[in-house]
Design a protein around this ligand. Sequence first.
Ligand SMILES: [Cu+2]
Length: 562
Amino acid sequence: MSQFDRRKFLITGAAILGASAVAGGVGWWYRARHMPSTAMEPGAHAAGEFPNPLRLPGSSGVLGVLDVSAPVTIVAKSVQHAIYERKSAPLLVYEVEQDGNYWLNPVLRMRSGATFRARLSNALDESTIIHWHGLKVDGKNDAHPSFAIAAGATYDYEFQVPNRAGTYWYHPHPHKLTSKQAYLGLASLFIVEDGEALALQKALDLKLGVTDIPIVIQDKKFDDQGRLVYAPSDEEKVNGYVGDTVLVNLTPRPYFNAATRLYRFRILNGSNARTYRLAFTRGGFQLVYAVIGADGGLLDRSYHTKEAFLAPGERLDVLLDLSGASVGDAVMLQSLAFDPMHAEGSMAGMAMGAGAKDQKGEAPSPHAGMAMGGEPSGAQTPHGAMLADGAAIDLMRINVTSKMAYEPRVPAVLSTLPPVKAADARPREFLLDLKDGRWRINGETFEMKETPVTVQRGAKEIWEIRNDKASMPHPMHLHGVPFRVLARSGSPQQVAPGVVNEQGLTATDLGWKDTVLLWPGETVRLAVDFSHPYPGDQVYLFHCHNLEHEDQGMMINIKVQA
Ligand SMILES: [Cu+2]
C-alpha cells in the first residue's frame, strides 16, 4: 500500500469524538476502535523488549521535583551519566544543589502568582541562556539570545509567574546553539499549580510522579560508547535532526507498571525536530483517551480522541482510564505512522520526503531503533538501522500489574476559558517559506537587532499564518504572549482523525497555546492579546520550534511597543 493509500485508509471511518463531553470516564477502555493494519499490535512485543523502568520524577536526582518558592541557583554543566545501554557518557544538565541534595534537570514546580528567582550559572564551555517556555514574562526574563551569557558568567532571573496552572518547560536559547544544547540534554519541565489544578488532583486522586506522570519524549542518536551524537548534515539543518532512539524521561525502551485506575500523562515533545502522532493501543485497538489540557493548562472540559499530533515544543495533558483493564494487560503508548511531509515541493527536502513516501510500509518498525524501509533519511544507528520521521514508534509499554477499586470521576467542567474576542482585532499575516535552503518568516531570517514586527502594547491581533505548499511542518512558537488557535484550514488529510471541532482544530490546538503546528499548505488563525504589565518596550521572539530551523534563522523579533 502506498503512503498515499495508507493516508486515505487511516481516515476511513474516523469519527469526531471530541464533541462528546463525558463526565466520569468509565468505558473508554471498551470504546476502543480497531486499528488500521499499518499499526503494530503491542501484544506482539514481549515485555522484555521494554526492559527499562520509566524514570519517574522523585524528590531529587534526574527530573526530580523541586519546589521553587525560594531562590535557586541553576548550573548549566556537563556531567557523566548513563542513559544508553548503561554506558556512562557526557550529558548536559541543569543542576541544582540544596542542602547536599542534587537535582539534574529538575521538574520545577511553583504556585501561580508567586515570584520565581533563579541564578543561572554557566559552567558550559560556550554561551547559553534559559528560556522559560510558555511563561508570561518581560523581555529581560525571556531569554532573548542577546542576553546569552558567556562561559563562567551568571544571569539573574526574577519574575512573577502570572500563568495559570499548566505544564510549561525550560531549555536553552542562545542563538545558533539552542538545538545542540537542548539535544545534548538541557531541558526539563516547569509545572505551575493553582487552586483549580489542585482541586482536579484531589478529585482524581492524582499524585505527581505516581499517578500524574510527566512524559518527556525526545529522539536521540548515540554512538557505540553511549555518547549523544549531534552532527547535523547540511540536509539535516534544513529538514531537522531526528534520532534513532526515542527516550521517554531519558529512558530508552521504558515500561511503566500501572494499577487498574486512571492515570494522567503530561506529555512534552522535547525533540528537536520529530513530531509524534500519539495513541494508546492495546492488542491492535486504539484506545480512546481524554485530552484535558494543552500548552497553557486545563481545557474547559475533556475532549476524547484516539490520536493527536504533538510537534516539538507542544504539550498534551491526557487521562488514560485503565480501570476496566485486567492484571496482565499491556497498553502501548505509540506514535502511529504518518506522512512527515518533508518534501512538499521543496528541493531541499526532496531526499527525505521521497524516502518516507517510498516506504511500502505494511510492517513499519515495531519499535524504536529498528530498521525502516525506504531511503536513508537522516537517523542512523551505530548498527545501520534507521528511524525516519513519521515512522511508527512504540514509545512506552504500560504493564497493568495490580488491581484496585477506582471509580473515575472526571469533572464535567475542568476550567473556564475566557471567550476569544476577535471582532475588532487587527489582522496580521505571516508566510512561512523556503528560499535558498533557508526557512523564512515573511521573507525574513533572524537578525539580532532588527524588529520586523512592531505591535502596540495592549493590542489585540489576529495572526493568520500560512505555510507554503512547497514546505514542511513548522511548529511556530511565540515567546512571552500566550495565544488561542481560532481555526485551521487547508490541512492534509492525515490531520482529520484528530479534528475535534468545526474550525478544524485538533485537541492539541485547544485552550491557551504557545506553540502551534503548521503542515505544508495549511493556514492557522490565532488570537493574540499583547496586553502586559511590564514598563517599556519588550522584545519577544516568534520562531519555528524545529530547533534546526530556529538556529538556521527561522525566527524574528516581535517588538511590543509601550
Ligand atoms: Cu520549521
